[in-house]
Design a protein around this ligand. Structure first.
Ligand code: GDP
Length: 296
């Protein structure tokens, strides 16, 4: 995965700095320039990168560090902390409770991996003893209901949808009601997508959210969309109360930097990542181990 290259480049920049005999302003700047280059190449938004290096410079005030201080350690720690800070919006997302009915609405563009991710999310919880259910409120894409039905059947998860009803709000409401009556504790609503950000899509998301009152809205983003991540995530956040992000296709050639931008745009944490097409290729996302792994 290309994300490893990002980690490799940052680690190399830190290593080069460590190899220097004296760590002065010039060495620090060279190190930060290398890190900036690596992050921009990984499609992290320019402003985030600039803020991060500014913060590191503020924390690592070389003039004020007494001779005894381990400057290398301080710089390394500052880089680690700043990367964690970008990925950690500071507040956890709403976490559904087993046995208590929660409605979770998934939003994202077509092709982001939304339908696949809905099933992965349901399957993950089912294995832990939950009673999940899937509602297909995607009336835009032909075949969406069949895809969800197929996935749900494979995972033995109850599903709801319609071949004839064209109003996604009605389907979403009926589906949620049906599964509440059946005492499902995790009612997952899959919604329509479009190829690009369109006013009609955002209006539809707003209406589905208003009618179903989800406890959590999850924004699903394809990790390979690169620099477009920030704007896309922000556009969804402006129409519905996005509370968490799932980044898909982390197994592919994605540069991964989009995840950092999506967190910044939605001020919501990444909770899972998709690492393949199969139902169980799905991992819980934790910031610190992720950044540690990134930096090797
Ligand atoms: P939707 O239009 O957003 O509902 O997207 P789909 O769920 O139909 O997914 C689009 C394509 O991406 C499908 O071919 C999925 O198998 C694939 N996909 C979804 N998540 C992942 C992932 O984490 N890794 C890989 N490699 N493919 C994925």
């Amino acid at each position: 995965m290309v994300l490893a290259q990002l980690g490799g480049s940052i680690s190399r920049a830190l290593q080069q700095m460590s190899n220097a005999t004296i760590i002065d302003e010039k060495v620090l700047n060279e190190c930060l320039n290398e890190i900036t280059r690596a992050l921009l190449q990984a499609d992290v938004q320019f402003k985030l990168v600039r803020d991060m290096t500014t913060n590191i410079k503020k924390i690592v005030n070389l003039d004020d560090l007494a001779a005894g201080h381990n400057k290398r350690r301080i710089i390394q720690q500052a880089v680690f902390n700043e990367l964690c800070k970008i990925l950690d919006p500071g507040k956890p997302s709403f976490t559904p409770k087993k046995g208590k009915p929660s409605v979770v609405m998934f939003v994202g563009l077509q092709g982001s991996g939304k339908t696949t991710t809905c099933t992965k999310y349901a399957y993950y919880h089912q294995k832990k003893g939950w009673k999940p259910a899937l509602v297909c409120a995607d009336t835009f894409r032909a075949g969406a209901f069949d895809q969800l039905k197929q996935n749900a059947t494979k995972a033995k998860i109850p599903f709801y949808g319609s071949y004839t009803e064209s109003d996604p709000v009605k389907i979403a409401v009926d589906g949620v009601e049906t599964f509440k009556k059946e005492n499902c504790d995790l009612i997952i609503v899959d919604t329509s997508g479009r190829h690009k950000q369109e006013a009609a899509l955002f209006e539809e998301m707003r209406q589905v959210a208003e009618a179903t009152k989800p406890d959590l809205v999850i924004f699903v983003m394809d990790s390979s969309i690169g620099q477009a991540a920030f704007d896309q995530a922000q556009a969804f956040k402006q129409s519905v109360a996005v509370g968490a992000v799932i980044v898909t296709k982390m197994d592919g050639h994605a540069k991964g930097g989009g995840a950092l931008s999506a967190v910044a745009a939605t001020k919501s944490p990444v909770i899972f990542i998709g690492t393949g097409e199969h139902m169980d290729e799905f991992e819980v996302f934790d910031v610190k181990p992720f950044v540690s792994r990134l930096l090797g």
